[in-house]
Design a protein around this ligand. Structure first.
Ligand SMILES: Cc1ncc(COP(=O)(O)O)c(C=O)c1O
Length: 408
């Protein structure tokens, strides 16, 4: 089945949006992607037909339980996990704060927590706050500013028997760099430290495999991969059972439900399933997981094509400076942070917005990245994100605008 980006785009009503008579270019995927009709219909159908809370002895209540199970199964396929290892919540940040409180209950002075400057702050501050409350020490590992990559050895060298947790990103939402997680997770386990992986940015571009990587926790957010605004936590079964989350007394005591505070957004959970189904529909195979594998292989090829075109284009423009890996491949996804010489990033973004090119500017909560690069006070960087529905003409359009701005 050839990758047909036009067919994919037709499934996304928002992509037909126009500004001044011209299609807009949604290059703000790293801040949140648009959704296909199937996701919209899943939510509207549920709300229109009616749904009840869990625990009632009548059909719409049982339906709420069934749709929760279905969403867990869908995400389990997305991560290659078991459905009973999947927890939903408001967003990744809230889930990480809540999980950090439970994990840190027995942290003591002398314990060490490792974070990185490559991470979004949602995988830093929950840990540094928990460490502060416990009197534990926080060690922050820097990435290589020349490549935008995190050297696994820099993390591994910082590990010792005092380390309780390593919080690490799978892919940077600022620089697009991909972390080589396997050696870090394995080394953390060897010293008895937990690993907590932020796969929020990664999940639009690559398929996680927790059965292979064996992290202790991994988090994502469905709105970054064509779904609704719902956070997702994978936790190894043994942790979800043995750790004690902060919860109200009547809430279930069994995992994974004991990790979900209050009533879940059922209208979002049906949409999470629809988003995973959308991705799986782009691939082939006997099982949903195998369809996801084939879909993500195709998505990666498509995005690498866009990324190469973008990188070749800016290579011809001396006034454009790229931060992060300079080539497509294993170590980068199609998210590009750039600077236009002599123009503030905010002005570039505003000019792009006027042209119907929607992209992001600033630090995007990746404050460790901007601090390390010394860009915090100069307005951060312009971020251009290509996802599975992006096109070569959108690449050319942003290149044309960059060339114009860079030479004016
Ligand atoms: C890499 C990364 N981690 C975490 C988050 C926070 O996710 P949420 O908005 O679900 O809290 C984001 C959001 O931009 C992100 O890009």
């Amino acid at each position: 089945m050839p990758y047909d980006v036009d067919r994919i785009r037709r499934q996304f009503p928002a992509l037909s949006r126009r500004q001044d008579g011209r299609h807009v270019a949604w290059l703000d995927g790293p801040a949140g992607t648009q959704v296909p009709s199937s996701v919209i219909e899943a939510t509207t159908t549920l709300l229109r037909d009616g749904v009840s809370n869990h625990g009632g002895d009548f059909a719409p209540s049982r339906q709420a339980e069934a749709l929760t199970d279905a969403a867990r199964s869908a995400v389990a396929d997305l991560f290659n996990a078991s459905p009973n290892e999947i927890v939903f919540g408001q967003n990744m940040t809230s889930l990480t704060f809540a999980t950090s409180r439970a994990i840190a209950r027995d942290w003591r002075p002398g314990d060490r927590i490792i974070v990185t400057t490559l991470d979004h702050d949602a995988n830093v501050t929950p840990w540094s706050e928990a460490a502060r409350d416990a009197g534990a020490e926080v060690i922050s590992i820097e990435f290589d500013p020349a490549t935008g990559l995190l050297d696994p050895d820099a993390v591994i060298d910082a590990l010792d028997e005092r380390t309780r947790l390593v919080a690490i990103t799978a892919a940077s939402n600022a620089l697009g760099s991909v972390t080589d997680l396997a050696p870090i997770i394995a080394a953390a386990r060897q010293v008895g430290a937990l690993s907590f992986v932020d796969a929020v940015h990664f999940s639009a571009h690559r398929l996680s495999n927790v059965a292979l990587l064996q992290p202790d926790f991994l988090v994502a957010s469905a709105y970054k991969f064509f779904g609704p605004h719902t956070g997702i936590l994978y936790g190894r079964r043994e942790h979800l059972e043995s750790l004690a989350p902060y919860k109200v007394r009547p809430a279930p005591d069994s995992a994974p439900d004991r990790w979900e505070t209050g009533t879940q957004s059922f209208e979002s959970l049906v949409a999470v399933t629809a988003a995973v189904e959308h991705l799986a529909s782009l691939g082939q195979g006997a099982s949903r997981r195998s369809r996801l594998e084939s879909a993500f292989a195709a998505i990666r090829t498509h995005e690498e094509g866009l990324g190469s075109r973008f990188l070749s284009g800016i290579a011809e423009m001396p006034s454009i400076r790229l931060f992060g890996p300079s080539e497509v491949g294993e170590q980068r996804v199609s998210t590009f942070a750039v600077e236009v010489e002599g123009i503030s990033p905010q002005t570039v973004a505003a000019e792009m917005g006027r042209r119907g090119i929607y992209l992001w500017v600033g630090h995007y909560y990746a404050i460790g990245v901007m601090e390390q690069l010394g860009l915090m006070d100069s307005g951060g960087l312009v971020r251009i994100g290509f996802v599975h529905y992006s096109t070569t003409s959108e690449v050319d359009r942003v290149l044309e605008a960059l060339e114009f701005l860079g030479s004016s």
